[in-house]
Write a protein that binds this ligand. Structure first.
Ligand code: GTP
Ligand code: MG
Length: 255
Protein backbone atom coordinates (compact mmCIF):
# COMPACT_ATOMS: atom_id res chain seq x y z
CA UNK A 1 0.00 0.00 0.00
CA UNK A 2 1.59 3.31 -1.11
CA UNK A 3 0.81 5.77 1.65
CA UNK A 4 1.10 9.55 1.73
CA UNK A 5 0.89 11.62 4.89
CA UNK A 6 -0.44 15.11 4.17
CA UNK A 7 0.71 17.65 6.72
CA UNK A 8 -0.83 21.12 6.35
CA UNK A 9 1.20 23.94 7.82
CA UNK A 10 0.68 27.56 8.65
CA UNK A 11 3.40 29.16 10.78
CA UNK A 12 4.75 25.88 12.12
CA UNK A 13 8.45 26.71 11.82
CA UNK A 14 8.98 25.68 15.47
CA UNK A 15 6.96 22.48 15.42
CA UNK A 16 7.36 21.02 11.92
CA UNK A 17 11.05 19.96 12.16
CA UNK A 18 10.39 17.81 15.24
CA UNK A 19 7.13 16.37 13.93
CA UNK A 20 8.55 15.54 10.51
CA UNK A 21 11.78 14.01 11.83
CA UNK A 22 9.83 11.88 14.30
CA UNK A 23 7.39 10.68 11.64
CA UNK A 24 10.15 9.80 9.17
CA UNK A 25 12.09 7.90 11.85
CA UNK A 26 9.06 6.07 13.24
CA UNK A 27 7.48 5.00 9.93
CA UNK A 28 10.11 5.29 7.18
CA UNK A 29 7.86 3.60 4.61
CA UNK A 30 5.40 6.45 4.19
CA UNK A 31 5.91 9.53 2.04
CA UNK A 32 5.07 13.02 3.28
CA UNK A 33 3.53 16.02 1.57
CA UNK A 34 3.75 19.32 3.45
CA UNK A 35 1.05 21.72 2.27
CA UNK A 36 2.12 25.21 3.26
CA UNK A 37 0.03 28.35 2.81
CA UNK A 38 3.00 30.73 2.33
CA UNK A 39 3.63 30.85 6.08
CA UNK A 40 5.15 34.24 6.96
CA UNK A 41 7.45 32.55 9.50
CA UNK A 42 9.29 30.64 6.75
CA UNK A 43 7.85 27.16 7.37
CA UNK A 44 7.60 26.60 3.61
CA UNK A 45 11.21 27.57 3.03
CA UNK A 46 12.34 25.19 5.76
CA UNK A 47 10.17 22.43 4.28
CA UNK A 48 11.81 22.96 0.85
CA UNK A 49 15.16 22.33 2.51
CA UNK A 50 13.85 19.15 4.12
CA UNK A 51 12.45 17.99 0.77
CA UNK A 52 15.77 18.66 -0.97
CA UNK A 53 17.56 16.25 1.36
CA UNK A 54 14.82 13.59 1.58
CA UNK A 55 13.29 12.09 -1.59
CA UNK A 56 10.25 10.95 0.40
CA UNK A 57 9.27 14.50 1.36
CA UNK A 58 7.53 16.92 -1.01
CA UNK A 59 6.13 20.40 -0.50
CA UNK A 60 3.05 21.95 -2.03
CA UNK A 61 3.08 25.73 -1.81
CA UNK A 62 -0.19 27.59 -1.78
CA UNK A 63 -0.46 31.31 -2.47
CA UNK A 64 -1.99 32.32 0.86
CA UNK A 65 -3.89 31.19 3.94
CA UNK A 66 -7.20 29.77 2.78
CA UNK A 67 -7.94 27.37 5.58
CA UNK A 68 -7.27 23.76 6.42
CA UNK A 69 -9.99 22.45 4.10
CA UNK A 70 -8.55 24.00 0.96
CA UNK A 71 -5.05 22.86 1.88
CA UNK A 72 -6.22 19.25 2.34
CA UNK A 73 -8.27 19.26 -0.86
CA UNK A 74 -5.23 20.38 -2.84
CA UNK A 75 -3.20 17.68 -1.10
CA UNK A 76 -5.83 15.02 -1.88
CA UNK A 77 -5.78 15.93 -5.58
CA UNK A 78 -2.00 15.75 -5.61
CA UNK A 79 -2.06 12.34 -3.88
CA UNK A 80 -4.60 10.92 -6.34
CA UNK A 81 -2.63 12.24 -9.31
CA UNK A 82 0.49 10.52 -7.93
CA UNK A 83 -1.34 7.22 -7.56
CA UNK A 84 -1.18 6.77 -3.77
CA UNK A 85 -3.41 4.05 -2.28
CA UNK A 86 -3.96 5.66 1.10
CA UNK A 87 -3.85 9.25 2.28
CA UNK A 88 -3.25 10.25 5.90
CA UNK A 89 -4.24 13.58 7.45
CA UNK A 90 -1.90 14.62 10.24
CA UNK A 91 -1.26 17.90 12.06
CA UNK A 92 2.23 19.37 12.05
CA UNK A 93 1.99 20.61 15.64
CA UNK A 94 2.88 17.33 17.38
CA UNK A 95 -0.69 16.63 18.55
CA UNK A 96 -0.87 13.50 16.43
CA UNK A 97 1.71 10.91 17.45
CA UNK A 98 3.49 8.92 14.74
CA UNK A 99 3.35 5.98 17.19
CA UNK A 100 -0.41 5.79 16.69
CA UNK A 101 -0.20 5.72 12.90
CA UNK A 102 0.59 1.98 12.45
CA UNK A 103 -2.70 1.12 14.19
CA UNK A 104 -4.60 3.48 11.89
CA UNK A 105 -2.92 2.03 8.80
CA UNK A 106 -3.57 -1.53 10.00
CA UNK A 107 -7.27 -0.68 10.39
CA UNK A 108 -7.29 0.80 6.87
CA UNK A 109 -5.71 -2.37 5.46
CA UNK A 110 -8.11 -4.73 7.26
CA UNK A 111 -10.58 -6.94 5.42
CA UNK A 112 -13.28 -5.83 4.80
CA UNK A 113 -11.63 -2.50 4.07
CA UNK A 114 -13.25 0.52 5.73
CA UNK A 115 -13.99 3.70 3.77
CA UNK A 116 -12.47 5.94 6.42
CA UNK A 117 -10.34 5.41 9.52
CA UNK A 118 -10.48 8.06 12.25
CA UNK A 119 -7.92 8.36 15.02
CA UNK A 120 -10.36 9.03 17.82
CA UNK A 121 -9.93 10.72 21.18
CA UNK A 122 -13.36 9.82 22.43
CA UNK A 123 -13.56 6.04 22.09
CA UNK A 124 -12.41 3.62 24.84
CA UNK A 125 -8.61 3.68 24.91
CA UNK A 126 -8.46 7.16 23.37
CA UNK A 127 -6.98 10.01 25.40
CA UNK A 128 -6.08 13.68 25.44
CA UNK A 129 -2.92 14.96 27.13
CA UNK A 130 -2.66 18.48 28.55
CA UNK A 131 -6.06 19.77 27.60
CA UNK A 132 -8.00 21.59 30.30
CA UNK A 133 -11.44 20.12 30.98
CA UNK A 134 -13.01 23.13 29.23
CA UNK A 135 -11.27 22.28 25.95
CA UNK A 136 -12.27 18.63 26.29
CA UNK A 137 -15.84 19.68 26.89
CA UNK A 138 -15.87 21.93 23.80
CA UNK A 139 -14.55 19.09 21.65
CA UNK A 140 -17.13 16.63 23.01
CA UNK A 141 -19.94 19.14 22.63
CA UNK A 142 -18.84 19.76 19.03
CA UNK A 143 -19.04 16.08 18.17
CA UNK A 144 -22.26 15.75 20.17
CA UNK A 145 -23.84 18.50 18.12
CA UNK A 146 -22.61 16.94 14.86
CA UNK A 147 -24.08 13.58 15.92
CA UNK A 148 -27.38 15.21 16.72
CA UNK A 149 -27.65 17.59 13.73
CA UNK A 150 -26.30 15.24 11.06
CA UNK A 151 -27.10 11.92 12.75
CA UNK A 152 -23.44 10.96 12.54
CA UNK A 153 -22.38 7.71 14.15
CA UNK A 154 -18.78 8.59 15.01
CA UNK A 155 -17.55 9.54 18.49
CA UNK A 156 -14.93 12.03 17.28
CA UNK A 157 -16.19 13.94 14.26
CA UNK A 158 -13.65 16.80 14.35
CA UNK A 159 -10.60 14.55 14.61
CA UNK A 160 -7.84 15.49 12.18
CA UNK A 161 -5.76 12.28 12.31
CA UNK A 162 -7.27 10.04 9.65
CA UNK A 163 -6.68 7.60 6.83
CA UNK A 164 -8.63 7.92 3.59
CA UNK A 165 -8.30 5.03 1.16
CA UNK A 166 -7.77 6.59 -2.30
CA UNK A 167 -10.96 4.94 -3.55
CA UNK A 168 -12.99 6.94 -0.97
CA UNK A 169 -11.46 10.23 -2.15
CA UNK A 170 -12.09 9.30 -5.78
CA UNK A 171 -15.72 8.59 -5.03
CA UNK A 172 -16.47 11.83 -3.12
CA UNK A 173 -17.34 15.09 -4.93
CA UNK A 174 -14.33 16.92 -3.51
CA UNK A 175 -14.96 19.98 -5.70
CA UNK A 176 -18.17 20.59 -3.71
CA UNK A 177 -16.46 20.74 -0.30
CA UNK A 178 -16.26 24.33 0.93
CA UNK A 179 -15.66 23.93 4.68
CA UNK A 180 -12.41 25.26 6.02
CA UNK A 181 -11.67 24.68 9.69
CA UNK A 182 -12.89 21.92 12.01
CA UNK A 183 -15.99 21.89 9.92
CA UNK A 184 -13.97 20.31 7.11
CA UNK A 185 -13.51 17.14 9.15
CA UNK A 186 -17.19 16.97 10.04
CA UNK A 187 -18.17 17.69 6.42
CA UNK A 188 -15.98 14.89 5.08
CA UNK A 189 -17.21 12.44 7.73
CA UNK A 190 -20.79 13.23 6.84
CA UNK A 191 -20.12 12.74 3.13
CA UNK A 192 -18.62 9.31 3.80
CA UNK A 193 -21.53 8.29 6.05
CA UNK A 194 -24.14 9.63 3.61
CA UNK A 195 -22.56 7.56 0.85
CA UNK A 196 -23.07 4.59 3.22
CA UNK A 197 -19.33 4.30 3.73
CA UNK A 198 -18.01 2.39 6.72
CA UNK A 199 -16.10 4.48 9.24
CA UNK A 200 -13.81 2.82 11.76
CA UNK A 201 -12.53 4.65 14.84
CA UNK A 202 -9.18 3.69 16.34
CA UNK A 203 -8.20 5.09 19.76
CA UNK A 204 -5.31 7.58 19.76
CA UNK A 205 -3.62 9.76 22.32
CA UNK A 206 -3.87 13.40 21.32
CA UNK A 207 -1.18 15.64 22.82
CA UNK A 208 -1.70 19.39 23.12
CA UNK A 209 0.94 21.23 21.14
CA UNK A 210 4.00 22.48 23.04
CA UNK A 211 5.40 24.54 20.13
CA UNK A 212 3.85 27.26 18.00
CA UNK A 213 0.36 28.60 18.36
CA UNK A 214 -3.09 27.22 17.68
CA UNK A 215 -4.94 28.35 14.56
CA UNK A 216 -8.27 27.69 16.24
CA UNK A 217 -10.26 30.90 16.11
CA UNK A 218 -13.71 32.21 16.81
CA UNK A 219 -14.34 32.34 13.05
CA UNK A 220 -13.57 28.63 12.76
CA UNK A 221 -15.95 27.76 15.61
CA UNK A 222 -18.68 29.99 14.16
CA UNK A 223 -18.23 28.39 10.73
CA UNK A 224 -18.72 24.94 12.25
CA UNK A 225 -21.81 25.86 14.27
CA UNK A 226 -23.46 27.77 11.41
CA UNK A 227 -22.86 25.14 8.75
CA UNK A 228 -23.83 22.25 11.03
CA UNK A 229 -27.11 23.94 11.87
CA UNK A 230 -27.88 24.71 8.21
CA UNK A 231 -27.04 21.20 7.07
CA UNK A 232 -29.01 19.65 9.92
CA UNK A 233 -32.11 21.72 9.13
CA UNK A 234 -31.82 21.03 5.38
CA UNK A 235 -31.46 17.35 6.10
CA UNK A 236 -34.57 17.31 8.28
CA UNK A 237 -36.55 19.29 5.72
CA UNK A 238 -35.54 16.79 3.03
CA UNK A 239 -36.55 13.84 5.20
CA UNK A 240 -39.92 15.37 6.05
CA UNK A 241 -40.61 16.14 2.36
CA UNK A 242 -39.72 12.57 1.44
CA UNK A 243 -42.06 11.18 4.12
CA UNK A 244 -44.91 13.43 3.05
CA UNK A 245 -44.40 12.42 -0.59
CA UNK A 246 -44.46 8.73 0.36
CA UNK A 247 -47.59 9.24 2.45
CA UNK A 248 -49.37 11.05 -0.40
CA UNK A 249 -48.39 8.25 -2.81
CA UNK A 250 -49.67 5.61 -0.40
CA UNK A 251 -52.97 7.45 0.05
CA UNK A 252 -53.38 7.87 -3.72
CA UNK A 253 -52.78 4.18 -4.23
CA UNK A 254 -55.55 3.38 -1.75
CA UNK A 255 -58.02 5.88 -3.20
N1 GTP B 1 -1.92 24.99 4.99
C1 GTP B 1 -2.66 25.36 6.04
N2 GTP B 1 -2.49 24.73 7.22
C2 GTP B 1 -3.24 25.13 8.27
C3 GTP B 1 -4.19 26.18 8.19
N3 GTP B 1 -4.78 26.33 9.41
C4 GTP B 1 -4.22 25.40 10.21
N4 GTP B 1 -3.28 24.69 9.54
C5 GTP B 1 -2.46 23.57 10.03
O1 GTP B 1 -3.35 22.55 10.43
C6 GTP B 1 -2.86 21.84 11.57
C7 GTP B 1 -3.88 22.00 12.71
O2 GTP B 1 -3.95 23.35 13.11
P1 GTP B 1 -3.91 23.80 14.67
O3 GTP B 1 -3.48 25.19 14.79
O4 GTP B 1 -3.16 22.80 15.44
O5 GTP B 1 -5.41 23.75 14.96
P2 GTP B 1 -6.15 22.67 15.75
O6 GTP B 1 -5.33 21.42 15.86
O7 GTP B 1 -7.47 22.59 15.14
O8 GTP B 1 -6.25 23.42 17.12
P3 GTP B 1 -5.43 23.12 18.45
O9 GTP B 1 -6.18 22.00 19.04
O10 GTP B 1 -5.50 24.36 19.23
O11 GTP B 1 -4.04 22.75 18.09
C8 GTP B 1 -1.52 22.47 11.89
O12 GTP B 1 -0.52 21.71 11.31
C9 GTP B 1 -1.64 23.87 11.26
O13 GTP B 1 -0.40 24.42 10.92
C10 GTP B 1 -4.35 26.85 6.92
O14 GTP B 1 -5.14 27.76 6.74
N5 GTP B 1 -3.56 26.39 5.90
MG1 MG C 1 -3.50 21.39 16.80
Amino acid sequence: MRTLVIMPTYNERDALPTTLAHLRATIPGVDVLVVDDSSPDGTGVWADGAAASDPQVEVLHRAGKEGLGRAYLDGFRWALAQGYDAVVEMDADGSHRAEDLPALLAAAAADPAPDLVIGSRWVPGGAVVNWPWTRQLISKLGTGYARLALRLSVRDATAGFRVYPARTLRRLPLEQVESQGYCFQIDMTWRVERARGRVVEVPITFVERTQGTSKMSRAIAVEAITRLTEWGLDDRRRRIKLRVRRLVQALRRRA
